[in-house]
Design a protein around this ligand. Sequence first.
Ligand code: SAH
Length: 461
Amino acid sequence: MGKDKIIPVVKNNNYIMIIDDIGTRGEGIGKIDGYTLFVEGALPKEEVEVKVLKTKKNYGFAKLLNIIKPSTNRVEPICNISKQCGGCQLQHLSYDEQLIYKQKKVENVLQRIGQVNNVKVNKTIGMDNPYYYRNKVQFPVRQGKNGNVEIGFYSERSHRIVETDTCYIQHPINEQIVKLIREFILENNISPYNEEKHRGLIRHIITRISSKNNDVNITIVINGNKLPHQDNLIKKLTTIKEVKGICININKEKTNVILGNNITTIWGETNIVDSIGNINYRISPKSFYQVNPIQTKKLYEKALEYADLSGEEIVWDAYCGIGTITLFLAKKAKKVYGVEIVKEAIEDAKQNAILNKINNVDFFVGKAEEVIKDKYEQNNIEADVIVVDPPRKGCDEELLKTIIEMNPKKAVYVSCDPATLARDVRVLMEAGYELKEVQPVDMFPQTVHVECVTVLYRQDS
Ligand code: SAH
């Protein structure tokens, strides 16, 4: 007991402190008498007044009360609910500094988790206009405390809804869509979902817009078998000329997963078509598609540059989704194989190959870690280059083992989480691969998220 450090701050008391750093969730970090406090909304070099909310043995959390000396990098957030909404964590930081923050974040994580020290992390590739970039939005619809209908976004780390009509990182057309669906719910007495009781019908509204022609697909997720008065909804939503398809997705599970298995198109087209560079992509509601089309082009171009293909290579694209990177690569390779776990995405991928008249590709449904291994062991499919673009949890260990066994000249890694990227590149580096540079790309301006692309070389190549 006697050896326990004394915590120099008291819960609920106010203090004045200097912020020294910014954390992975965008929070300010500073010390009072050597004791670390995390302060959401504060920026490095600021002098702030805070109220201590919670103390743990080695660190605590405090609320920002007052900024005594603001940072020169502080800007006024464009959105007036940016503090409550969990969507954007960095609107109070100038865009140039956001790009530097992301570059440093990648550098730090590579060092801390990957013990990678001699790698060049390039400047983050940013956007000219870092707003209105999202092509997909998922609005939770919930029953409020008084039985009212809440549509908006989750607040940070919770499922409490922050209601809003306007969001500055998504397409403005969503405002009209949400307004009409809210009207429909109220006029037809449709129940919004109550998460705790697992009751009520409408759970989510998902919209996707094509950057090519502004076509919109709307998918309504329901906790039931059908949507009463759906013709009234169709009538309303089709007054928006960009709406080209309306779908219903049934999800009756008590789960955080947004989409259920069953999708029916109740009006118009099921899919939208978008293009990146000169390749067109059909996208169905259940398929993954990058949310920022302008930056996606830059990301894929970089991946292609890193793959440095001559036309003779056999390439694997693991976690290929609707074949986006696969088709980009195919134009420069002898043959590209894509693998993806979602069946509908592979159906899209196959259609996309036909749509773009690309013949040197083959797609497989399944787990990357199983399919690539099987094809290598049983069909002798080798690879000169392997591209991986896994979800946040990173590559499966088995896949990394197979890559090491297959021993391709290059592995191009596209990552949406620097922590798992660092963990996985460590494994490949221990097996003899070399990492020279990492390129962060800002796919998610105003948020703390960062996408990276990098290439690992087999040492003899
Ligand atoms: N490369 C694509 C998709 C990247 S997102 C693009 O840029 O659009 C990651 C994809 O991995 C998702 O489509 C997801 O469905 C898929 N996925 C998740 N786990 C997987 C696994 N074990 N094997 C194969 N694909 C998987």
